[in-house]
Design a binder for this molecule. Structure first.
Ligand SMILES: [Zn+2]
Length: 476
């Protein structure tokens, strides 16, 4: 029996605000435990939440970038559950009136565009972090993360393979980074993903029983966990078994999924409206203000590079995957470089260099106008492409301009005829045999004379000029 895989993803993204969503505590990652806390985010009696407008701005921006319908009347609700990292005993979230609904993300499947629907984007507060002692004797709790603003992005079950899931996450992350909504550092937990996966016989409309996957700390692991889970479910179904509704976690060591809890332990959150916060009225002026801050999104940029700059699809994809890289590239072109030449330099030489040194593009010593300057030196024939690669490396290390380094590295080609003529006349005088051979029709003899001239100039003579000057003197 053949099965179709059905996947839906729930992604939590921490918003890039300076302070928490309902109090003035800082949100910086890595502060000493329980130092970014106050009575409000510790849930002490008698405190009241005050909404951070900046968090709403970023959630609205995200909902717009994800093509959602914005709810002009949004509200907050309490999601009740008990856990040590949740000091109030409830999380302030949004239940039936989230910020945005019914959007989509486009992914690129080998040149074909596919839309993955988004059910909703809602705003909520993050919980703290429990740290379990390895020997199981105790658990410590850090409340620094409590009250950090989050958005949850829930996809429709439109994803049909683990690979599509990874592409969706990459596209989502790229949009969040382009819009400066989140730093999306999975290793710091500012982007987290849970997945639902089920199988159904090909051709069947009704969904099969799904399982939920947690604890996947990289996009690669999301894909692996889903691949493992799709295989596991297929084996059970082929053997005539049934899938249990349960939550499973990915075990990185064994690359498998293992059961965490079954349906019986599922939460009943008893949502009700948050009485301490007023409803959100989002007017047209607010929407317009946010809309004006939306940048060109990755896929739009990619299409424009292909259409306007004539770049191959591959180049356009690589250059637009990261906003800082795309901006760097655009500045190289704006400084006068040919679009394709600039693309080659940025994709292979610059990104290659940054990759080996672990630098970010903002840290690169070669600024866009300097790279354009180097490309111009190659274009004018002053240095060869091979020499340019060495100059580029030196630029990366010193931050100096190409013309300066070309001089310092003694690479300048000699094109000045008044310098070359005495050298060439000397070579001709010393090689009468080659001159005679050439006059007798041996084309190769010209090469020998050019070679002698190059040798006499330590390879710096401009070969085209040398050729011309020799021919002028020995042509019969
Ligand atoms: Zn606080």
């Amino acid at each position: 029996m053949d099965f179709e895989t059905v996947i839906g993803l729930e992604v939590h993204v921490e918003l890039k605000t300076d302070t928490k969503i309902f109090c003035g505590c800082r949100t910086n990652f890595g502060a000493p435990p329980n130092t970014n806390v106050c009575p409000v985010c510790l849930g002490l009696p008698g405190t009241l939440p005050v909404l951070n407008e900046r968090a709403v701005d970023l959630a609205l921006k995200a909902a717009m970038a994800l093509n959602c319908r914005i709810n002009r009347e949004a509200k907050f609700d309490r999601k009740n559950y008990f856990y040590p990292d949740l000091p109030k005993g409830y999380q302030i979230s949004q239940y039936d009136q989230p910020i945005g609904e019914d959007g989509y993300i486009e992914i690129d499947l080998g040149g074909q565009r596919k839309r993955i629907g988004i059910v909703r984007v809602h705003l909520e507060e993050d919980a703290g972090k429990s740290m379990h002692a390895p020997d199981g004797t105790h658990t410590l709790v850090d409340y620094n993360r409590t009250g950090v603003p989050l958005i949850e992005i829930v996809s429709k079950p439109d994803i049909r393979s683990p690979e599509e899931a990874r592409l969706y996450l990459e596209a989502l992350k790229s949009i969040m980074e382009y819009c400066d909504i989140s730093d999306c550092r999975m290793e710091e937990g500012s982007l987290r993903c849970d997945a639902n996966i089920s199988l159904r016989p090909v051709g069947q409309e009704a969904f099969g029983q799904k399982t939920e996957l947690k604890n996947m700390n990289s996009f690669r692991n999301v894909q692996r966990a889903l691949e493992y889970e799709a295989d596991r479910q297929a084996q059970i179904l082929r053997a005539g078994g049934t899938i249990e509704q349960e939550t499973r976690r990915f075990d990185e060591a064994t690359q498998t999924t293992v059961s965490m809890r079954s349906k019986e332990e599922a939460h009943d959150y008893r949502y009700f409206p948050e009485p301490d916060l007023v409803r959100l009225h989002i007017d047209e002026a607010w929407l317009a203000r946010i809309r004006a801050t939306l940048p060109e999104l990755p896929l739009q940029k990619r299409d424009r590079y292909i259409r306007e700059l004539g770049l191959p699809e591959y180049d356009a994809g690589v250059l637009t995957a990261n906003r800082a890289v795309a901006e760097y590239y655009e500045q190289v072109v704006a400084a006068g470089a040919d679009a394709k030449q600039a693309s080659n330099w940025v994709m292979s030489d610059l990104l290659g260099y940054l990759n080996t040194t672990g630098q970010s593009i903002d840290e690169a010593k070669v600024r866009p106008a300097q790279l354009a300057g180097l490309i111009a030196e190659v274009g004018s024939g002053r240095i060869s492409i091979k020499q340019a690669r060495d100059v580029f490396k030196a630029m990366c290390e010193t931050g100096k301009d190409a013309p300066v380094l070309i001089k310092e590295m003694g690479m300048e080609q000699i094109s000045d005829e008044s310098v070359l003529i005495p050298i060439i006349e000397d070579v001709i005088a010393k090689n009468p045999k080659s001159v005679e051979d050439y006059r007798n029709g041996k084309e190769k003899a010209l090469g020998a004379l050019v070679g002698q001239t190059m040798k006499a100039t330590q390879g710096k003579a401009n070969p085209a000029v040398v050729n011309k000057l020799i021919l002028e003197r020995i042509r019969p």
